[in-house]
Design a protein around this ligand. Structure first.
Ligand code: NAG
Ligand code: NAG
Ligand code: NAG
Ligand code: NAG
Ligand code: NAG
Ligand code: ZN
Ligand code: ZN
Length: 601
């Protein structure tokens, strides 16, 4: 999820001390700029510079993402200043890996962005990708960095991030409507984030990206001790919570399982190929043993090591993600019951037909996450995935197949690369009637989005449902979903969301199993016929009139998690919710504006 993101390289560190509550402008940057230049040139931090740095201290700001940052001109200016500076240092002065690493770690630590060990671990894990790009990309400039990673600020991108794929010609043919006579059930599980180190009674206020670790000291008071089942405060899933969740999912008969990504815990500063492999293999093997139906997994951004990064095909072995693609090719083929290794080895995506007329496509949308540093090296349709998706959907259309798409990182957020989102959305539009189900994860929130036809902006052409998460990370109750699917058209007819009250479960600790309950059925909660885009669209109009529907949406988002819903959702919160439902490419605000007008009427 976005708020868990710890950006780690030098330029971010520098940029972020601008994000104090007061508005900082370019004029205010004098002392900082002078100090930075001096520091880079001499490798020494003067007392004055340290004082300047400390005045900008802002712990954990990185985890809250970029939305709070407001003076974009200043942000872009600082980004290009620092990045171009580092590029020059490296290209012209041949500055060493160790020096750059020290500089980055120093700034991260001095700014108290994270604890020393988190700063050190994150820098160490990511620095080589940045250096590889500087060393191997001809005429590398800060545009390629600031333009992507700061896309919320519209920094100059130069000629980067400008590409499109070839869309097969034609229109999406109309398909029969579902009548719900015969149905089957799909279970969606998402974002388990299995934590092998989870420590009940550990320290839940630890000041690191994940708490309840064995090496974080004692809790300061009994209230700050981590709960038994897991904890609302920056904690992931102990293995027994995984087992308990899987046990509960099996109390209903299901036909397929979708796992929409993220297996690894948020101990992001010390991942390794070995520990990731162990956790990934353990979970997939457990799925294989637990379900006697096919399981369709996709990658989350946390499966890679370091997390978030997806190198291009021919990179050095040391930086390659081949180990992960090979591991997935083996496990996924077993879980699905069909050899899908060819495309998985290419880029972590696949297409299979579980029964006549039905196709499931797994997508690796993590490549478009703006924290994927490899985008600065090559941003053009990573792994040829979108072109493959368009071609694969064309074949499905020609064969009258209905398609479900699984994807981890949603589109439309500030942290998903705009150009990739735009092209993905063009594909969804072109194949709107072929795609009858669309599922994502990553945000850990129960939410959905609606895609509209650009050529006819009042026509809803797609709806994507988020699987929410098993991990509470953070503020939410663990949950999963069952979907009822029309057996002839493969349209989604309804879903049920299941959860338990973590406050209550932890009050009993290990002495009692959590009390799972059905939080809601989508069709009942919103009074619609099914989950077709046209029906989901109706809900949005209702929400603009009956704002209490957004109160429900808000509570569902956290699955009634006590700390998540504590403060309720005021008018501005409701508007933000509604806008995020209809924004599927970041900064394309037409739909948001349209619904805001209706909301205010
Ligand atoms: C890189 O820049 C140099 C000097 O500005 C120029 O001669 C060269 O053509 C550029 N190379 C590329 C690949 O753009
Ligand atoms: C439902 O639709 C399917 C396929 O279109 C059709 O075969 C079936 O007869 C329909 N059932 C009813 C009750 O209309
Ligand atoms: C797809 O459906 C159309 C219209 O019903 C039909 O003409 C065509 O033969 C079908 N194609 C295949 C491959 O089943
Ligand atoms: C989108 O709108 C255009 C223009 O009205 C129309 O031609 C096209 O068929 C629509 N797309 C879908 C998927 O209905
Ligand atoms: C969860 O359980 C706790 C403890 O019983 C209770 O105080 C709280 O109100 C419950 N939360 C919800 C949303 O029902
Ligand atoms: Zn996640
Ligand atoms: Zn994720």
């Amino acid at each position: 999820m976005a708020s868990s993101t710890v950006f780690s390289l030098l330029f971010f560190v520098t940029i972020f001390y601008l994000t104090t509550c007061k508005k900082v402008t370019i004029e205010d940057l004098g002392p900082l700029e002078t100090g930075l230049r001096g520091y880079f040139q001499t490798g020494k931090a003067t007392d004055e510079f340290l004082e300047t740095l400390h005045s900008y201290e802002f712990p954990y700001l990185l985890r809250d993402g970029m939305e709070k940052v407001y003076d974009s001109a200043t942000i872009c200016y600082m980004c290009s200043l620092v990045v171009d500076f580092v590029i020059n240092q490296r290209k012209n002065a041949g500055i060493s890996r160790e020096t750059i690493l020290d500089e980055a770690t120093f700034l991260c630590t001095e700014l108290k962005m994270e604890t020393d060990r988190v700063c050190k671990g994150e820098m160490e894990l990511n620095i080589d990708i940045f250096l590889y790009t500087i060393d191997n990309y001809p005429n590398f400039t800060s545009n390629r960095v600031c333009g992507a990673f700061l896309q919320a600020h519209d920094c100059d991108t130069g000629d980067a991030f400008k590409w499109s794929i070839d869309l097969p010609s034609g229109n999406s043919p109309q398909r029969p409507k579902p009548n719900g006579t015969d149905t089957f059930t799909i279970l969606q599980l998402s974002d388990i984030h299995y934590d092998p180190k989870y420590t009940p009674n550990g320290n839940a206020l630890c000041g690191e990206p994940i708490c309840c670790q064995p090496d974080q000291g004692e809790p300061s008071s009994p209230e700050n001790a981590c709960g038994y089942w897991t904890d609302y405060r920056d904690a992931d899933s102990p293995w027994y919570l995984v087992e308990e969740t899987v046990r509960q999912t099996k109390t209903q008969q299901v036909d397929y399982v979708y796992y929409t990504g993220d297996i690894i815990a948020h101990r992001i500063w010390e991942t390794s190929i070995e520990s990731n492999t162990e956790a990934i293999s353990k979970l997939y093997s457990y799925f294989k043993d637990s379900y006697d139906v096919p399981v369709y997994p996709i990658f989350g951004n946390h499966e890679s090591h370091p997390h978030n990064v997806w190198p291009y095909d021919n990179v050095d072995d040391k930086l390659s993600m081949k180990w992960l693609f090979e591991l997935a090719a083996k496990h996924w083929s077993e879980l699905i019951g069909e050899d899908i290794s060819k495309t998985v080895l290419k880029g972590g995506y696949y297409s299979v037909s579980p029964r006549p007329g039905f196709r499931i496509i797994g997508i690796n949308s993590n490549v478009a996450y703006t924290d994927n540093w490899w985008l600065m090296y090559d941003d053009v349709d990573p792994y040829g995935q979108l072109q493959w998706l368009a071609n694969t959907l064309k074949k499905a259309e020609d064969n009258n197949e209905s398609v479900h798409i699984l994807t981890h990182v949603p589109t439309g957020t500030f942290y998903s690369l705009k150009v990739w989102n735009r092209e993905y959305t063009r594909i969804l539009e072109r194949f709107a009637n072929t795609i009858t189900g669309h599922f994502n994860g990553h945000t850990h929130r129960d939410e959905f989005s609606v895609y509209y036809n650009r050529s006819n902006p009042i026509q809803a052409i797609g709806a994507v449902f988020n699987g929410a998460s098993v991990t509470p990370y953070y503020l939410a109750n663990p949950s999963f979903k069952y979907y009822r699917v029309d057996e002839t058209t493969f349209n989604l007819l309804d879903f049920e969301e299941w959860t338990f009250n973590l406050t209550l479960a932890n009050s009993y600790g290990s002495s009692k199993l959590p009390e799972w309950y059905k939080l809601y059925s989508f069709v009942e909660a919103y009074g619609v016929d099914n989950l077709l885009p046209s029906e989901v669209d109706k809900i949005l109009y209702k929400m603009t009139e009956d704002h209490s529907l957004l109160d429900n949406y808000f509570k569902f988002k956290y699955r009634n998690g006590d700390p998540g819903i504590k403060n309720g959702c005021d008018d501005s919160c409701k508007k933000t919710l509604l806008c995020s439902i209809v924004t599927t490419v970041y900064r394309e605000n037409e739909q948001c504006n349209r619904f805001m007008n209706l909301y205010d009427q």
